[in-house]
Design a protein around this ligand. Structure first.
Ligand SMILES: Cc1cc2nc3c(=O)[nH]c(=O)nc-3n(C[C@H](O)[C@H](O)[C@H](O)COP(=O)(O)OP(=O)(O)OC[C@H]3O[C@@H](n4cnc5c(N)ncnc54)[C@H](O)[C@@H]3O)c2cc1C
Length: 446
C-alpha cells in the first residue's frame, strides 16, 4: 500500500504509525483491542471516503470502517491495514416541521440527540450516549424508545453510501430499494455510509431510572419483571432488567423502566406495580429530560474498559431459566459486569421478519452478558466465566442473536443473526460488493 498515492486526493488527516494523533485515533471502546493500522484515513466528507475506497481497491486492501468505535469485536480497527475513519464527519441538519434529521456518520448518539432535542424531537438510539449512530443503526439499533418508535433502522428514510466501486449512491424506498432494505440491519457490508436521514418523534421528558434490589432476590425480581412484561405493556413503556453491582459495591439486581409517552399521570400509574414490588432498596425513578436518560448509564461502560460479550435471544423466560440466571450470577468475577435481560415489544417487534434485514422480531427477551473488567491479567478468567455462564443458559436460547452483540470469536454466528434474511442479503452483497471489499465486519459472503 503506497500511501503517497492517497495524499494528493485526500483532504483530511492521514495518520501513520508514529504520527501525532495516531495512537488516540486507533483507540476504540474495547480496551482489549490493540491494533496498529498502517494508515488511518480521517475523512472530512464523502469525497475523502470516495478517495479512500478507490485507493483501497487500487491497492488490493480490505479496509476497516470506524465510526463510534463501540463494536465489542473491535471491527473498527485492523492490524497493518487501512482504516476509513468517519469520526470527523459531523455535519447535521434537523427539519423540525418534517420531523426529520440528516446526520453524517461521525455522530454519536450524544451529539445527535443534542441537536434534535433543541426542537423537542428524538428517534430511537442506544442506551448510552457515546455509541456511534452509524454502527448501531446499521446493525438494527435497539434502545429506550423502540416500543413506541421501532428500532433505529425502522426510522431511517435514506442513506448516502460510497459503494465498493467508489461511487456515491442514495438508498431509499425509491432509489436502490434492495440496498435500502439491506442497510436496515445488514451492518457495514455494503459500502461506507456517509449520512443517514432519520424520522423523529416528539420526546422531551421521560420517566426512568433504576429500581435496585439485593442480588439475593434475583429469582423473585426477574419473575416479577417477566410477569409485568408479559401482562402486556403499552408501546410507550419499556423495561430492562440487569444483574449489576452499584458504584458503591452493592451486589444488586435492577429493573430499569422507561416511559416515553406524554401522559404523566398514566406513566406514573403504569409504573406503580413495578415500584411497589419488593420494595426496592433504592428507587431512583424520576422524570428527567431525554438527554439525561441518554447519559444515565454512560458511567457503567467507560471507553477503554476491557470487554467480552455473549448474547442470544431467549425462547422464553420460564422459572428454570430465571433460576439458572440467578445461580450463574452468584459467581460474577467483576463488579463492572452486567447481565442484562432486555424486553422488546410494540413497534420493535411489529414488523414482519422479512420487512427489514434485521429479522429478529419474534423474541420478547434478549440475554446479553457484558463482561467488563480493567486488568489484562484477568482476561482469561473473565472470558471463561462469560462463556461458561452462556453455556449454562443454552437450553433457553432461541438460536438467534443481535449482530451488534457478537464478540470477535463469533464470526460463525453471522448467519444465525440474519436467519431467513441471510440469502437475500447475500444477493444484495453480490450486487454492491461482489469482491467482498468490505469484509472486516460480521461478514455476509457475496
Ligand atoms: C457501551 C455500549 C453500549 C451499547 N448499547 C447499545 C444499545 O443500547 N443498542 C444497540 O443496538 N447497540 C448497543 N451497543 C452495540 C453497538 O450498537 C455496536 O457496538 C455498534 O457496532 C457500535 O457502532 P459504532 O459506530 O460505535 O462502532 P464502530 O466500532 O465504529 O463500528 C462498528 C462497525 O459498524 C460498521 N460501520 C460503522 N460505521 C460505518 C459506516 N459509516 N459505514 C459502513 N459501516 C460502518 C463497520 O463494520 C464497523 O466496523 C452498545 C455498545 C457498547 C459498547
Amino acid at each position: 500500500m503506497d500511501i503517497e498515492k492517497l495524499r494528493p486526493r485526500f483532504r483530511g488527516e492521514i495518520l501513520t504509525p508514529g504520527a501525532a494523533g495516531y495512537d488516540s485515533a486507533r483507540q476504540i471502546w474495547n480496551g482489549m483491542i490493540d491494533r496498529r493500522p498502517a494508515v488511518i484515513a480521517r475523512c472530512t466528507g464523502p469525497a475523502d471516503v470516495v478517495a479512500a475506497v478507490r485507493f483501497a481497491e487500487e491497492s488490493g486492501v480490505y479496509p476497516a470502517i470506524r465510526a463510534g468505535g463501540h463494536n465489542v469485536a473491535g471491527l473498527a480497527m485492523v492490524d497493518d491495514g487501512l482504516v476509513i475513519d468517519v469520526t470527523p464527519m459531523k455535519g447535521m441538519t434537523v427539519d423540525p416541521k418534517a420531523r426529520t434529521a440528516t446526520a453524517q456518520t461521525g455522530h454519536t448518539w450524544g451529539s445527535f440527540d443534542r441537536e434534535t432535542q433543541l426542537h423537542g424531537l428524538a428517534t430511537t438510539g442506544g442506551l448510552v450516549s457515546t455509541t456511534g449512530i452509524a454502527g448501531l443503526t446499521l446493525g438494527g439499533g435497539i434502545g429506550w424508545l423502540m416500543g413506541r418508535c421501532g428500532l433505529a433502522c425502522d426510522n431511517t428514510l435514506s442513506y448516502e453510501v460510497v459503494t465498493a466501486g467508489g461511487t456515491v449512491v442514495t438508498a431509499s424506498a425509491e432509489e436502490n430499494p434492495d440496498l435500502f432494505w439491506a442497510l436496515k440491519g445488514g451492518g457495514g457490508n455494503f459500502g461506507v455510509v456517509t449520512s443517514i436521514t432519520y424520522r423523529l418523534y416528539p420526546v422531551t421528558q421521560v420517566l426512568s431510572g433504576m429500581l435496585v434490589y439485593p442480588r439475593s432476590s434475583t429469582a423473585e425480581v426477574l419473575r416479577h419483571f417477566r410477569d409485568f412484561c408479559e401482562a402486556g405493556l403499552p408501546d410507550e413503556l419499556i423495561v430492562y432488567s440487569g444483574i449489576v453491582t452499584t458504584p458503591d459495591g452493592f451486589p444488586a439486581v435492577a429493573l430499569i423502566p422507561c416511559y416515553c409517552g406524554d401522559d404523566r399521570a398514566e406513566g406514573e400509574r403504569l409504573l406503580e406495580p413495578l415500584r411497589k414490588f419488593g420494595p426496592p432498596v433504592a428507587d431512583m425513578v424520576n422524570w428527567m429530560p431525554y438527554l439525561a436518560l441518554q447519559q444515565m448509564l454512560d458511567g457503567a461502560a467507560p471507553y477503554g474498559i476491557r470487554s467480552y460479550w455473549k448474547s442470544s435471544y431467549l425462547s422464553g423466560l420460564p422459572g428454570e431459566a430465571i433460576d439458572a440466571v440467578a445461580a450463574a450470577t452468584t459467581t460474577i468475577p467483576s463488579p463492572r459486569t452486567l447481565v442484562m435481560i432486555e424486553h422488546a415489544h410494540g413497534r420493535a417487534t411489529a414488523p414482519e421478519p422479512g420487512a427489514t434485514a434485521f429479522g429478529a422480531r419474534n423474541h420478547a427477551f434478549d440475554l446479553v452478558i457484558l463482561s467488563l473488567w480493567s486488568g489484562a491479567e484477568e482476561d482469561a478468567a473473565q472470558i471463561d466465566w462469560t462463556r461458561n455462564t452462556f453455556r449454562s443458559l443454552q437450553p433457553w436460547t432461541a438460536g438467534s442473536v443481535y449482530v451488534n452483540a457478537l464478540s470477535s470469536d463469533e464470526t460463525g454466528r453471522t448467519a444465525e443473526a440474519y436467519g431467513a434474511n441471510y440469502a437475500r442479503l447475500r444477493e444484495v452483497k453480490a450486487r454492491f460488493d461482489p469482491g467482498n471489499r468490505f469484509r472486516r465486519n460480521q461478514n455476509i459472503q457475496p
